[in-house]
Design a protein around this ligand. Structure first.
Ligand SMILES: Cc1cc2nc3c(=O)[nH]c(=O)nc-3n(C[C@H](O)[C@H](O)[C@H](O)COP(=O)(O)OP(=O)(O)OC[C@H]3O[C@@H](n4cnc5c(N)ncnc54)[C@H](O)[C@@H]3O)c2cc1C
Length: 384
């Protein structure tokens, strides 16, 4: 049996962020990943300014340029096929491909000193929460375990915190359209409301492709595949057979209590996908960083069991943003409210700009909802 200070299960952005921070401080870290890098992870690959800040805080500013394959200066919003509004001189959005991004992050964690075990699956967590079994029959032992194993987290399940209840589980579908197959020009990301229920569609510009996707709550979209086919036909006519891929994401099922004693959940394993935008990479890295910080504090106090207590102190900032976002969902997604929201957008660039500020982490949903109410009020007065 190998003995470490910390076992991190899963080397996505959440796991690599935690492993990097701990290894850089001299902790003996095992970073266990079921796949072998480079590996795919279905994702739009959009990195907001919030993600950029988080990345730079963890891995350093000089590592950032190599992560980005394309930059955009704003976004356009649509309701079904109707253009609503757009802003094209905002703080940038960045685009990456996860096959590259995740491999880089895992490599950075390894360079910092983490022991990266690739192609190895963690099959179970021991009852005392201080050892994991691997699919090669071996066992690893540590004072701390970080569950960074995504939406179907085994670690969350082992401590009876199932990651995403069916009610708040979304499905995302995507294809990559090679630029040579389309005449459609996409400069800034395009967001399409009204195409999936409790979700949206997107077209993101990449270096050699356009990433086209749709995502929405499973319970509200029993046949998302047909909805996606319609969306694709509207924008691309008939396309040659490009393989459509799908993956689940926790969408509104974030954990208020993300772990147990010395076991901490981060990223999708803790349900940390933003309940309106579906952004997950920034919060995976942020929670990975906060978990590392909590482990340092608990180890310093000589009380591994207190890690969750330390983690919760700063994790609250994510919970607070997500609970506001969960309220905002009721103004943006259900049918009558969505029509109202959509009716405001063409008349207000300010609302679009503020929305992008929100994505960058510069304002919160409380500020945004206030602005929305003000706009709504003035529309009602004008209508009278
Ligand atoms: C279609 C779609 C589009 C999206 N687009 C965006 C976007 O544009 N921008 C954005 O910010 N977010 C996006 N997201 C969300 C984002 O992909 C996730 O929130 C993010 O990947 C979470 O990171 P993570 O590290 O928590 O988990 P993951 O990235 O899922 O990584 C988990 C890792 O754990 C490994 N693993 C799992 N089980 C085990 C095990 N038992 N043993 C060992 N290893 C294991 C997996 O192989 C994987 O490498 C999208 C999601 C979907 C589904």
């Amino acid at each position: 049996m190998k003995i470490f200070d910390v076992i991190v299960v899963g080397a996505g952005p959440g796991g690599s962020a935690a492993a990097y921070g701990l290894a850089a401080l001299g902790f003996k870290v095992a970073l266990v990943e079921r796949k072998t890098f480079p590996r795919e992870k279905l994702c739009g690959g959009l990195l907001s300014a919030r993600a950029q800040k988080e990345f730079m805080q963890i891995f350093g500013e000089n590592k950032w340029p190599a992560m980005v394959e394309r930059t955009a200066q704003g976004a356009s919003f649509y309701y079904q096929t109707r253009y609503l509004n757009g802003v094209h001189d905002h703080q940038p959005f960045f685009f990456t491909s996860r096959i590259h991004f995740d491999a880089c992050l895992a490599a950075l964690a390894r360079e910092a000193g983490a022991y990266l075990l690739e192609g190895i699956v963690v099959t179970s967590l021991e009852a005392d929460g201080k050892a994991v079994r691997l699919n090669n029959g071996k066992m690893l032992k540590a004072d701390f375990v970080v569950g960074a194993d995504g939406v179907r987290s085994r670690i969350a399940e082992a401590i009876l915190l199932h990651t995403a209840s069916k009610k708040n589980l979304a499905l995302g579908l995507e294809i990559e359209v090679p630029l040579e197959l389309t005449t459609k020009t996409v400069v800034d990301p395009e967001i399409y409301l009204g195409v999936a229920k409790w979700g949206y569609g997107w077209i993101f510009p990449k270096k050699e492709t356009q990433t086209v996707g749709i995502g929405g709550l499973l319970t509200k979209n029993p046949d998302l595949k047909s909805t996606f086919n319609t969306f694709l036909r509207q924008h691309y006519g008939s396309l040659p057979n490009i393989r459509c891929k799908g993956y689940h994401l926790p969408f509104g099922s974030y954990k208020r209590n993300p772990g147990r004693a010395n076991i901490l959940l981060v990223g999708d394993a803790a349900g940390l996908v933003e309940p309106v935008t579906g952004e997950g990479i920034a919060f995976a890295m942020q929670s990975g960083r906060l978990a590392a910080k909590a482990i340092v504090a608990a180890a310093g106090a000589g009380q591994p069991e207190s890690a969750l207590k330390y983690y919760l102190r700063e994790y609250q900032s994510i919970v607070s943003l997500f609970s506001q976002a969960k309220m905002m969902r009721y103004l943006v997604f259900p049918d009558p409210m969505q029509r109202l929201f959509v009716s405001l957008l063409p008349h207000s660039k300010g609302m679009v700009r503020k929305y992008l500020d929100l994505l960058a982490g510069e304002i919160d949903y409380k500020d945004y909802m206030q602005l929305m109410m003000k706009k709504l009020g003035s529309r009602i007065i004008v209508a009278r």
